[in-house]
Write a protein that binds this ligand. Structure first.
Ligand SMILES: Cc1ncc(COP(=O)(O)O)c(C=O)c1O
Length: 394
């Protein structure tokens, strides 16, 4: 049989970096390439207790079909929580529970972007979102990420040059992959530019609660008096990614379209997971749990940066982080970064080549991303030591 795929997917090619991940399947390879929460970070006892209680008291309530918008108490509690702690969401917004934040990117693109229209992204940016935008044949336009967030001069140029831009996709806190946090000044400027050019903002914030140093900054959505911002939050990095529960706070008119799009995607998000998240949020000390996660990751992040200083300086430089799960490392400009990453994996340590996160993967790039939340301390030390040794030979 000769299969003929849709124009939409026939353009999608497996990424060159998969080559490297093939080697990472070897159990001897230290993987610094994932982005999973640490095994110590899961509230296993609470999740077990809540699930047992639900199954004892009312099993059918989580085994039956449910509503597309999401479990109503969870939506209400999240509305309150996000308003109280993050001044996020107002009367003209509504909240939709989704199957991971990944689905928010999908629904927003489906609802807002025609083929060939532009999505402005940070360069580098999260590969999962970029691939979703690509799958709708959106044109990706990258804006350079600087140490305090994307360049606002470049953003304005790109907005001027692309009147068919539909939204600006941004990860303002501890960005994946660069680790960069956008300054308050840039958050405000981005909002102003979005308003001036009539382009929406999709604010993706899965790591905002994982700050290890410095002051929390307001969400861009907290400035939103004009219905310009769609906010994406997720329980993946603070409860469990396997449960697939996330939420979007969006202007009501957009919310309604997202609901219709979601009906066609998966009808509703797993109701059992939603119930567990709701009880964990309301009947347990969620803020104490977040503090516990910050304690775990602060230690790991510091340890990882100490290892980079000890084994890799001055050949590999990196950007110090205030939160999140990733560190972006730079090789000297003369070094062939993809060849370095390949050599690393052959020497049993896997990192992600930086060009995988670019809107144009073929652009020259001298950086790679490492993750410190998944490996044990021993694995981190082993992996970073190998990177340092390889870097000495550059
Ligand atoms: C920036 C960013 N957005 C979205 C996601 C997807 O998260 P979820 O598990 O909620 O789909 C991730 C996952 O790593 C991410 O890093």
């Amino acid at each position: 049989m000769e299969y003929v795929f849709s124009d939409r997917v026939s353009n999608l090619k497996p990424s060159a970096i998969r080559e490297i991940f093939k080697y990472a399947a070897d159990p001897e390879v230290v993987s610094l390439s994932a982005g999973n929460p640490s095994p110590d970070a899961f509230p296993v006892e609470a999740i077990t207790e809540i699930s047992e209680r639900i199954f004892r008291e009312n099993p059918i309530s989580v085994l039956q079909y449910s509503v597309t918008e999401g479990y109503t108490p969870l939506r209400n509690h999240l509305k309150e929580y996000m308003k109280k702690y993050h001044n996020t969401g107002n009367d003209s917004d509504d909240i939709l529970i989704t199957t991971g934040a990944q689905q928010i990117m999908d629904l927003c693109t489906k609802a807002l972007v025609n083929e060939g229209e532009v999505v402005i992204c940070e360069a580098p940016s999260f590969i999962g979102s970029l691939n979703t935008f690509r799958s709708y044949n959106a044109k990706l336009v990258g804006v350079t990420v600087e140490p305090d967030g994307m360049s606002m001069t470049e953003l304005e140029e790109k907005l001027k040059a692309n009147p068919n831009a539909k939204f600006i996709y941004t990860i303002p806190n501890f960005q994946n992959p660069s680790g960069v946090t956008m300054s308050l000044e840039k958050r405000r400027r981005m909002y102003e530019l979005a308003r001036q050019y009539g382009v929406l903002i999709l604010e993706d914030n899965p790591y905002g609660d994982l700050r290890y140093s410095g002051e929390n900054l307001p969400n861009v959505k907290s400035f939103d008096t004009d219905g310009m911002v769609i906010y994406a939050g997720s329980f993946s990095k603070v409860i469990s990614p396997g449960m697939r529960v996330a939420y979007t706070i969006a202007p009501k008119e957009i919310f309604q379209k997202l609901v219709v799009c979601k009906q066609g995607n998966d009808v509703h998000t797993n109701i059992w997971s939603q119930r567990v998240c709701d009880e964990f949020l309301t009947k347990y000390d969620f803020n104490a749990h977040l503090q516990h996660l910050r304690d775990i990751y602060t230690k790991k992040a510091r340890f990882c940066m100490e290892l980079l200083d000890k084994y890799c300086a001055p050949n590999i430089t990196y950007h110090r982080i205030d939160g999140g799960l990733f560190i972006w490392c730079d090789l000297p400009e003369h070094v062939d970064m993809p060849a370095f990453c390949k050599k690393a994996v052959l020497n049993k340590v896997c990192v992600v080549p930086g060009n995988a996160f670019l809107t144009d993967e073929t652009e020259e790039c001298h950086s790679f991303r490492i993750n410190f939340s998944t490996p044990t301390d021993e694995q981190l030390e082993k992996g970073i030591k190998i990177l340092g040794e390889l870097a000495k030979d550059l």
